[in-house]
Design a binder for this molecule. Structure first.
Ligand SMILES: [Mg+2]
Length: 283
């Protein structure tokens, strides 16, 4: 089986591992399953996850972590060969994923400084980029939003890593990529292509990393709105985990077509659900 596994709320919750989940995944990998981690988080480089996940005992190699940043890079490489120079509004991990696939990256911080000092618009200040790629930028400023909107208005493609409006932290909810995307969208009047869940592209790119089709996957996640919805968008089966942001009550009154294939409250239930799904690959 191909397992596409969400990270926060499934493998760990903030700094703490979810008990037993890493072991379940290790056993599945040993039995021959392909495991690819999929996260909407756009701030980190894929190799940054290796230490943390291996410390928890989860099966991990860097190529098998497909964040919304990595998925955006893979998507551009595969589908948009005409896009060479990009203006990035985002964190260091997003810039690094973009450079890794050979894109010429101009940071919004650099373009914002140039636009202010040289009295030129954001498109010129960014060196006339082909696209603007937006993720969560903890250093975002008014001028960074301004240069991104300028470039899109001048014809650069607008690509969002994801549209999550908020981002959970230990101190509560903070604005997510989607909040920054929404500000730029309002300023330029253009709707972006969005790569992350619930859109299908992240899961499609993740499946391709191991040479599989997303429709054959089982998506394991703790969010109905992103994980389960993305699984539905690609025709994959899904396991809704109650180990993260959501509880069982979210299933109440859900129309049948929006329900996950299975529900698991903990690692033991996940193990038995995966056994059942493996035994019945047809649906
Ligand atoms: Mg999650």
């Amino acid at each position: 089986m191909l397992l596409l596994v969400d990270l926060d709320g499934v493998v760990y919750r903030g700094a703490d591992p979810v008990p037993g989940v890493a072991d379940v995944l290790a056993a599945r990998a040993k039995a021959g399953d392909d495991i690819v981690y999929v996260t909407n988080n756009s701030m980190h480089y894929r190799a940054d996850y290796v230490t943390r996940l291996s410390a928890m005992g989860a099966p991990i190699e860097p190529e098998h972590v497909v964040s919304s940043a990595r998925a955006t890079a893979l998507y551009l490489q595969e589908h948009e060969p005409g896009i060479r120079r990009i203006l990035v509004v985002g964190a260091g991990g997003l810039e690094r994923e973009m450079r890794d696939v050979g894109l010429d990256v101009v940071t919004s911080g650099h373009a914002a400084t140039r636009a202010s000092q040289e009295a030129i618009d954001g498109y010129e200040a960014a060196g006339r980029p082909d696209a603007v790629v937006v993720g969560l930028d903890p250093q975002v400023t008014y001028m960074r939003i301004a240069v991104a909107a300028d470039a899109i208005r001048a014809g650069a493609r607008f690509i969002a890593t994801n549209r999550d409006p908020v981002y959970p932290t230990e101190r509560g909810l903070r604005p997510g990529s989607g909040s920054i995307v929404a500000a730029i969208e309002a300023a330029c009047g253009v709707t972006p292509l969005s790569i992350g869940k619930p859109a299908p592209l992240l899961l499609e790119q993740a499946a391709r990393v191991v040479g599989r089709e997303a429709g054959d996957a089982v998506m394991i996640g703790d969010s109905l709105a992103t994980d389960v919805a993305a699984a539905r968008a690609v025709g994959a089966r899904s396991v809704f985990m109650l180990t993260g942001v959501a509880g069982r009550e979210q299933l109440d009154g859900l129309p049948p077509e929006e329900r996950p294939t299975a529900v698991a409250a903990n690692a033991d239930e996940l193990a038995s659900v995966l056994e059942q799904l493996a035994a019945d690959p047809g649906r």
